[in-house]
Structures are given as C-alpha cells and as structure tokens.
Write a protein that binds this ligand. Structure first.
Ligand code: SAM
Length: 332
C-alpha cells in the first residue's frame, strides 16, 4: 500500500519520463562520467532536485556519498524531505537559484548534477548559477547538466522540435498524465491548501522556458572557471553537458558577487522559449544580446586555489521552513 506522497513521487517519475524519454539514460551517463573522470564522490549536490530524482540514483550508485538536494518548489521539497526522512546522508535545502549568493553555506562538493531544470532560469541568472557551481566544486570536481539545449541550426532544431511535439501529442492523446496535470493534481490536495500561492511567489520571476544553445552554455561554463566542458550526449534538442572545474577559483568579490540585484536576471524576457507542447517560440532574440552573449564573467576574477582561506568541514544548511507552499502552470 503506497502513501499519498509515494503516489505523488511515482507520478512525478512517470510524467518526467514521458516528457524526457531518455531521462534514465541521461541520469546513468552522468554517473558513468563521474565514475570515469574522478574518484567516487563523497559529496554531491542535486541542483533543482524536484522530489530528489538524482539524489536517489546517486545513493544507489555511490553508497558512501552524501547528497544535498536543493530546490525552491514547496511541494517538491516536501516530497524530497519525506522520501529521505531519517537518512543522515541527505540534506534537503530550500534555495532560490535566481538569487545572488545562493551557494553560500552549502560547503564543498565533488559533483554537482542537474537535470531538466536550468532552462527555468533566465540567462543572466544562469551565469550566477554556473559561477556558484564553480565555487561549490572542488578543483577537478564534475558538473553535469542534462537539459533542453536547442541545436544551433534552425532547420535541424525545428525538425527535432517538431518530432518531439508529435511524440508528445500522441502520448498525451492516450491519456497519460502530463507534467502540468501532475502539478495541478498534487497541489489540489487539501493538505497543501494555500501552498500554490507560495509557489507563485517563489516563481514570480519565471517568464517561460528559456532555451540557449550548447555553444552558449559551454562558453559560459568556460568563463565561469571550468577547464573542460563538452556535450557528451545529444538527442534532438536535448543534451547532456559535462564540465570539469579548473584549479583556479573565483575570487571573493568577483563579478559573481557583484551580480545586480538580489534576484538578478529577472528583467530578461522574450528569449527563445518552448511552448507547452514542445514548439520553440522565438520572441525577440535579437533585442536581447545577453541571450547569446553570456555576461562578462570571471576570467579576470579567477585566483589560485592555494590563496583561498582554509575551509572548515563541509556543511549543508537545512532550511526546514523555507518551504512555502503553492501550484501550476509550471513548465515540464
Ligand atoms: C522539471 S523539474 C526537474 C527535477 C529533477 N531534476 C528531475 O529530473 O526530476 C525542474 C526543477 O527545477 C526547480 N527549479 C526551477 N527553478 C528554480 C530556481 N530558481 N531555484 C531552485 N529550483 C528551481 C523546480 O522547482 C523543479 O523542481
């Protein structure tokens, strides 16, 4: 007999796997690359974790790893807390990635992994996220990002997008629950009354799914302190990027810290975005140079790792209450 929260978690897995047919392969590849590039990780960050999808797979693959699972959606955080309650190896952290300094107090990690999430952030916020990831990783640490990353060629991109839209149309016509329907069902539960309003508050910056090309992501990663970055897998407009953190480290007071505003990037509107069922809508890409030109970033701000002050033992802050509640028209 499953609990209502277990039922929501398995529903989440189901609908995400429908939207991303290669979801499991992408997860496996992330972990394979870690295994081949570095020692078994002791500390992993599941960035924008949802109910802890990557966390669970990391625990299965690396039995001695500890994981910090970070998100901002109140109900998904609740599902993650419930899933890992009593597990000393897991810390669930409520954190808004669109805010400057989101990485503070998280400690140091061997790997930071994320899936189907970075496209929720506007490009200028994403520069703060990548810079924060570079700060959190030890030198040689691995960043893996599986996400929508459109092909640069517009004809190929539209063809891939059209095929995916057709696939989704067919599968949803058969009555399978979509991501949006899952959110509606989950937040409609009377136990979470009022939580949707809170969700709307924490996602107030959200302007639609924002899609940048792999070249854009790779350029931004290199500027953020990664010495290697490449696409290791792609199917249509979906890709997996692996990046290796270099030896230098962004200096305190670097342009990451100087990012404008607490919730930077929120002024970005009108980039290529994905319609609910997969079609890319191009609004005004030419009017938004930052969509193709990553923010001037960290190269000048990198300093040698050895000049950094010694850090204490890694520590993850748990914000139990951060969860505030709310619900959808969210993206998949
Ligand atoms: C499609 S889900 C993917 C979750 C998980 N990685 C998976 O594959 O099941 C995207 C996640 O990104 C989170 N997210 C989006 N924007 C965020 C932000 N600004 N700060 C923190 N989390 C965010 C959402 O709450 C959601 O859990």
């Amino acid at each position: 007999m499953t609990t209502p929260l277990e039922d929501l978690r398995s529903g989440w897995e189901r609908q995400q796997s429908v939207h991303e047919p290669d979801r499991e392969l992408r997860f496996r590849l992330m972990l394979d690359y870690i295994e081949h590039l570095t020692d078994p990780p002791r500390r992993v960050l599941d960035l924008a974790c949802g109910p802890g999808s990557i966390t669970r797979r990391v625990l299965d693959r690396f039995p001695s790893a500890e994981v910090a699972a970070l998100d901002i959606d109140p109900l998904l955080l609740e599902l993650a807390r419930d899933a890992f309650a009593g597990n000393e190896r897991i810390r669930v952290v409520a954190r808004q990635l669109a805010e400057a300094g989101w990485w503070e107090d998280l400690g140091r990690f061997d790997a930071v992994l994320t899936a189907t999430a970075m496209h929720w952030l506007p490009p200028s916020a994403l520069s703060g996220v990548y810079a924060g990831v570079a700060r959190l990783l030890r030198p040689g640490g691995i960043f893996a990002n599986a996400d929508h990353m459109p092909l640069a060629d517009p004809v190929l991109r539209d063809a891939a997008d059209g095929m995916h839209a057709e696939y989704l149309r067919e599968i949803f016509a058969s009555g399978v629950e979509s991501c949006d329907e899952w959110y509606r069902r989950a937040y409609a539960d009377p136990r979470y009354e009022g939580w949707w309003a809170e969700r709307e508050r924490v996602f107030a910056h959200w302007t639609g799914e924002l899609l940048e090309s792999e070249e854009w992501h790779l350029g931004l990663l290199r500027r953020s302190g990664f010495e290697r970055a490449g696409v290791v897998w792609r199917r249509g407009n979906d890709a997996l990027v692996i990046a290796v953190r270099g030896q230098a480290h962004p200096a305190p007071g670097s342009s990451v810290d100087r990012a404008p505003g607490r919730a930077h990037g929120l002024e970005d509107r009108g980039y290529r975005r994905m319609s609910e069922r997969g079609g890319i809508v191009t609004d005004h890409p030419d009017e938004h140079p930052s969509a193709t030109e990553p923010d001037e970033l960290l190269v000048d701000d990198l300093i040698d790792e050895t000049r950094l002050p010694e850090e204490g033992p890694p520590e993850v802050r748990e914000t139990a209450d951060g969860v505030s509640p709310s619900s959808p028209e969210p993206p998949a």
